[in-house]
Design a protein around this ligand. Structure first.
Ligand code: HEM
Length: 217
């Protein structure tokens, strides 16, 4: 059980770092049109062409898969244990609505990631679907792909609403990851709880408002 939990914690922390980088990059989208287009496209081209980033991307995909698979295994295990009448959560901190529903929140995020990768990854990397033009430098116009997606109000609502489960999942997940990795000191835990809350709010609000800002451009 500890091994599974540690894998979830370590992959989760790596995904949290990815989200900080991803949000910083996507913040470019709120800049004025021409600046945003050239910065976003050159950032995206640099990412796709760097061999180092390609390795990091494979680590990212592997982390997502391991995080989901081990989380599912633990959720199934806990359900079985509960059905047999065993106590699963021993800590007060672990009995909030969010902690009881991490599986449900995780599945919502997985749904978001599948739609998101079909929207961007499949279009940009595999060249599938419509709206994939080239920019002035002959590279995929990622800004245009993003801009045209967020002209569709349904996608704006979908991207915004799904940031609620993301925020809740990150809030509890970050705290739990530190606890799994051995941070039990009471004062330290209070700081970790505060940092997790601030982190989750920044991620959920940050990713949540970008589609509306692009829609209104
Ligand atoms: C405003 C919201 C977001 C926008 C505009 C956005 C945009 C993008 C774009 C343009 C790409 C393709 C990058 C490229 O290949 O050049 C991408 C990839 C990706 N995004 Fe997002 N994203 C958003 C939110 C999120 C969130 C909340 C998550 C996770 C919960 C996420 C996870 C990913 C993943 C895993 C990839 C694949 C990375 C790779 O292949 O290197 N994104 N996103």
């Amino acid at each position: 059980m500890f091994f599974r939990k540690s894998i979830i914690a370590l992959t989760g922390l790596f995904l949290c770092i990815f989200l900080i980088v991803h949000l910083s990059a996507n913040s470019i989208l709120v800049l004025p049109e021409e600046t945003a287009r050239s910065l976003y496209n050159s950032y995206s081209t640099t990412l796709r062409e760097s061999p180092l980033i390609k390795i990091v991307a494979y680590v990212l995909y592997l982390s997502i898969i391991l995080h989901v698979v081990y989380a599912l295994l633990i959720t199934i295990n806990n359900r079985k244990a509960k059905a047999k009448g065993y106590r699963v959560n021993q800590y007060k901190e672990n009995s909030s609505w969010t902690s009881q529903n991490m599986g449900l929140l995780g599945i919502s995020i997985l749904l978001f990631i599948v739609v998101h990768l079909a929207n961007f990854w499949a279009r940009i990397k595999l060249g599938m679907g419509e709206g994939v033009g080239l920019d002035a430098n002959g590279h995929v116009d990622v800004y245009e792909v993003t801009y045209s997606l967020f002209q569709n109000g349904y996608y704006v609502v979908f991207y915004t609403l799904l940031m609620v489960p993301l925020g809740l999942h990150l809030h509890h997940g970050l705290k739990s990851a530190f606890m799994t990795l051995g941070f039990y000191h009471k004062r330290g835990l209070r700081t970790i709880a505060k940092v997790s809350l601030v982190y989750a709010i920044i991620m959920a609000v940050g990713f949540g408002v970008i589609p509306s800002i692009v829609f209104l451009k």
